[in-house]
Design a protein around this ligand. Structure first.
Ligand SMILES: Nc1ncnc2c1ncn2[C@@H]1O[C@H](COP(=O)(O)OP(=O)(O)O)[C@@H](O)[C@H]1O
Ligand SMILES: [Mg+2]
Length: 500
């Protein structure tokens, strides 16, 4: 029997229709993927299933009975647990406390039964072969990926009949992603329904038995995974065929150096990096996970202490951070890895997020020139094609792709012409990805200098002019022209002697 049977679900937020007649039918024992562009209504739909918000109209049956949970705990009691896109852990509590939080009163969590709590947690982590996680570590000390894993443990601790994963892999490294894909298959095998949301079609193909496609808040197709091609899925998501994901690459680099880096070192992760980035150039940064890419970006931006020499537009800058170079024509701007926590103020409006860091530009004697601010925001919303109900929509309620565009807007408003983009398309749908790549090439053509890290090698191959491959905290090779291929990048990333 179908476990979940949802028909004609509707939901509006103010002037925005998030769901406009969504249908979804899924059974126990399957992994069921939910696909759709950013903004298609996937998260809204699973928030309704998980009791975080209520539908305006439509019918949902769970095991054949009407189901309209008024809260996440009601949904969990009925057997539906979700891992939301927005992480919900309490930073000050330990891993174990977070996992059992809301099932145990907070006072009990903090005082009594610490041993039992630890044992229960360890049993849970062992049972599902969780990646190594210390049960009594405070969550604030965990990386984004580790937090995501704790969220999954927390959802499973409720022994659900249906586990819903909203873009859970977008924060995971390849190894943890492998684990989650295997886990999802095992859970389905054991009779659970796993609802799996991801923008990575390769993952969806490996894990899902069936696929439901949403577009503009409505269901446009349901498939057996084996009976549909990627092109068909993309066409259904976009409502058109995608002619070209990657923009044409026109060489726009000049002779002028925007960024010059010599002997940049930080801790044991960054061991003497030399780099040149020209005006008008997109320089890709590649490497296996953990070879210094993250530390390179953090050191350049000044949030990690580093030694070495860095010049911006021919001028040496101090390496004491956090650098005051954010903003200003001669500075650097960053698109950070963890956009929901570092890039955006989720409870502030789209307008405020865009302009907070540049207020001095339209404030006079401490008074904000609202008309100028409005014009600037409108210009940016149009330029980036940000989809929002109004400039006052809260950033936290924008879809992932639109949040990423806001971060780009924020970065552009700083007027810095050296851009550090750390995995800027992570968790972004295929349509928005194409727009971001085009934007990067357009900016390069205008003389911006772009340092571009991506966890997806193909993006580097298709968008960057040159690719610097990192290994053990150094640049192992710089590839240009027809040497910018997946094959050459991987060889340089993996083998000592493959420098050229
Ligand atoms: N709380 C909210 N307030 C206003 N608009 C919202 C809210 N939550 C979602 N939306 C809007 O609803 C639409 C669907 O969003 P969402 O369900 O997050 O899509 P998806 O998960 O498929 O990317 C988007 O246009 C989004 O901006
Ligand atoms: Mg979503």
């Amino acid at each position: 029997m179908d476990l979940i049977q949802a028909t004609a679900v509707h939901k509006r937020f103010g002037g925005i229709t998030a769901l406009n007649g969504a249908d979804f039918v899924a059974r126990s024992g399957e992994v069921h993927a939910l696909l759709g562009e950013n903004g298609a209504g996937k998260s809204t739909f699973i928030q309704i299933l998980a009791g975080a918000i209520r539908a305006d109209a439509g019918s949902i049956l769970l095991k054949g009975k009407p189901f309209a949970p008024a809260s996440p705990s009601q949904a969990q009691a009925a057997g539906v647990s979700a891992v939301f896109q927005e992480l919900s852990l309490v930073p000050d509590l330990t891993v174990a406390q977070n996992i059992w939080f809301r099932r145990e009163p907070l006072s009990a969590l903090r005082t009594v039964r610490p041993k039992a709590l630890r044992q229960d947690t360890q049993a849970l982590l062992d049972r599902y072969h969780f990646p190594r996680l210390a049960a009594d570590l405070e969550v604030r000390r965990l990386t984004l990926a580790e937090r995501q894993v704790v969220e999954i443990a927390k959802a499973l601790a409720r022994s659900p009949a249906a586990l819903i994963l909203d873009e859970a892999t977008s924060a995971l490294a390849p190894r943890e992603t492998e684990w989650l894909l295997t886990l999802s298959r095992d859970l389905a095998q054991a009779g659970m329904l796993v609802v799996f949301i991801s923008h990575r079609l390769a993952e969806v193909r490996r894990v899902a038995d069936r696929i439901t496609v949403f577009r503009n808040g409505a269901t446009v197709a349901v498939h057996d995974t084996r009976e549909v091609t990627d092109d068909e899925l993309i066409a259904e998501m976009l409502g058109r065929r995608l002619d070209r994901l990657y923009p044409e690459r026109v060489a726009t680099a000049t002779q002028k150096l925007a960024l010059k880096v010599r002997g940049l070192s930080a801790g044991h992760r960054l061991a003497g990096v030399d780099l040149d980035l020209a005006e008008g150039e997109v320089l890709g940064i590649a490497g296996l996970q953990g070879h210094g890419q993250r530390e390179l970006f953090q050191s350049l931006f000044g949030v990690t202490r580093a030694r070495g020499r860095v010049e911006l537009w021919g001028k040496a800058v101090a390496l004491r951070g956090p650098r005051q170079t954010l903003g200003g024509e001669f500075g650097l701007a960053l698109v950070p890895e963890d956009r929901r926590n570092q890039g955006l103020l989720l409870s502030k409006s789209l307008r405020e997020n865009l302009t907070l860091s540049v207020i001095p530009r339209f404030a006079r004697f401490g008074i904000i020139d609202a008309a100028r601010e409005k014009a600037l925001v409108e210009e940016m919303v149009q330029f980036l094609r940000i989809r929002a109900s109004s400039p006052e929509q809260l950033a936290g309620t924008l879809s992932g792709g639109n949040q990423q565009k806001v971060i780009f807007g924020k970065m552009l408003l700083t007027q810095s012409r050296i851009l550090l983009l750390y995995d800027p398309t992570r968790g972004v749908d295929v349509g928005t990805k194409g727009e971001i790549f085009q934007l990067m090439r357009d900016l390069a053509a205008k003389g911006y200098a772009i340092l571009f890290y991506s966890s997806d090698l193909l993006e580097l191959v298709h968008v960057a002019d040159r690719v610097a491959v990192m290994r053990n905290g150094r640049i192992a090779a710089i590839l240009a022209g027809d040497r910018v291929t997946e094959h050459h990048i991987l060889r340089a990333a993996m083998f000592e002697s493959a420098a050229a």
